[in-house]
Design a binder for this molecule. Structure first.
Ligand code: CA
Ligand code: CA
Ligand code: CA
Ligand code: CA
Ligand code: CA
Ligand code: CA
Ligand code: CA
Length: 344
């Protein structure tokens, strides 16, 4: 009995602190997932991050590449069905860029932070969505324990930012050779404390870095040593640590939204892409698919698909329920037109 009361009060306290954290209710709206991915193959906290690969000729054949941080990369179609499962190791964060020059061809490359051996995995995305290992020699980090990852691309070069559990961030350049891809370490900086979620804005040359317990920062992606800019602190209105995944919705080439997983209050904070002003937050509530909590990685695309004319948002879900039974974790897909409606 005592145990039950304790559990109940922990739940109640959790709910109250969560509501407290979402202080300005006028600036919070709810959306529902329209699709969810096949649960990952391992139990407990396993699904973590994802990216969206856009097929070069038929956008309906685009894929979602997710991480199961216990075993590898999972490739899903836009209905959320698992197509391929690659047991490449404990990959934590994943990102993708197109137009990488490789053996006279422009290819899509997907990279992931692999915690099995503290390296960056590099794969080519083939047109059928399969992945092909391109690593020529291991791209091994000097950070004690790698954690987050995002990619950045200029007109002719492709880079990987890698973050560590102790707050370090490395910038690597990907270099194609006739035998595969190698990495060249360019810069290492210290953010302060544990850092994971990151996203680069290729158009403006910025990289946004989430220091989990402290703040979301904006750095110059071309020169990490330049002075950083504070975007938001974890104690600001409607925000609550940990700050986890970050992503960018491109409304046009140079407008849009910066979205952050505010994990501590199970919500997603939306900022203007250019001014970085906070706009609103949203939650993914239970509908015909369960809602989300404790989200790690998020991603978004503004590409127009038949089912998602304004693109879609995708979020890792801390607890996946299927028919009211707790199942292995997965990713939830939200129609972005619902988010745009809430932002109006
Ligand atoms: Ca987690
Ligand atoms: Ca990602
Ligand atoms: Ca966390
Ligand atoms: Ca984290
Ligand atoms: Ca994570
Ligand atoms: Ca859920
Ligand atoms: Ca479910």
């Amino acid at each position: 009995m005592k145990k039950k009361i304790l559990v109940l009060s922990v739940i109640l306290v959790g709910m109250v602190s969560c509501q407290k954290a979402l202080k300005n209710k006028k600036l919070v709206f709810a959306v529902h997932a329209v699709t969810e991915t096949t649960p990952v193959k391992t139990t407990d906290d396993a699904a973590d991050d994802m990216c969206v690969w856009i097929h070069p000729t038929d956008v309906e054949k685009s894929t979602i590449i997710g991480t199961n941080k216990k075993q590898g990369l999972c490739v899903y179609n836009l209905k959320g069905e698992l197509l391929y499962n690659y047991l490449v190791g404990k990959v934590n964060n994943v990102d993708v860029r197109d137009g990488f020059d490789y053996k006279g061809e422009k290819i899509s490359v997907v990279t992931a932070s692999n915690r099995s051996n503290n390296t960056v995995t590099v794969h080519k995305v083939n047109n059928d969505g399969t992945l092909e290992d391109l690593v020529q020699e291991p791209i091994k980090s000097n950070l004690a324990e790698i954690y987050g990852l995002c990619m950045y691309q200029t007109s002719n070069e492709t880079f990987v930012f890698l973050s560590g559990k102790s707050g370090g961030v490395e910038k690597w350049k990907l270099v194609a050779t006739e035998f595969g891809v190698v990495g060249e370490l360019l810069t290492t900086i210290q953010i302060g404390s544990q850092t994971e979620g990151m996203v680069a804005d290729d158009v403006f040359g910025f990289v946004y870095i989430a220091e989990e317990d402290v703040a979301l920062w904006k750095y110059n992606a071309d020169d990490l040593t330049k002075e950083r800019v504070l975007v938001a602190k974890t104690d600001e209105v409607n925000l609550k640590d940990d700050f986890e995944g970050v992503t960018i919705y491109k409304k046009s080439k140079d407008t849009g939204y910066l979205i952050l997983s505010s994990q501590g209050n199970n919500s997603y904070a939306v900022f203007d892409r250019v001014s970085n002003q906070y706009i609103k937050s949203f939650t993914i509530e239970e509908g015909h698919i369960d809602g989300t909590n404790d989200t790690d990685g998020i991603d978004v695309t503004s590409v127009s698909f038949s089912n998602f004319p304004k693109g879609f948002f995708i979020a890792q879900d801390g607890q996946n329920k299927d028919a009211d039974v707790i199942s292995n974790q997965n990713f939830k897909i939200v129609d972005f037109k619902d988010v745009l409606k809430g932002l109006e």
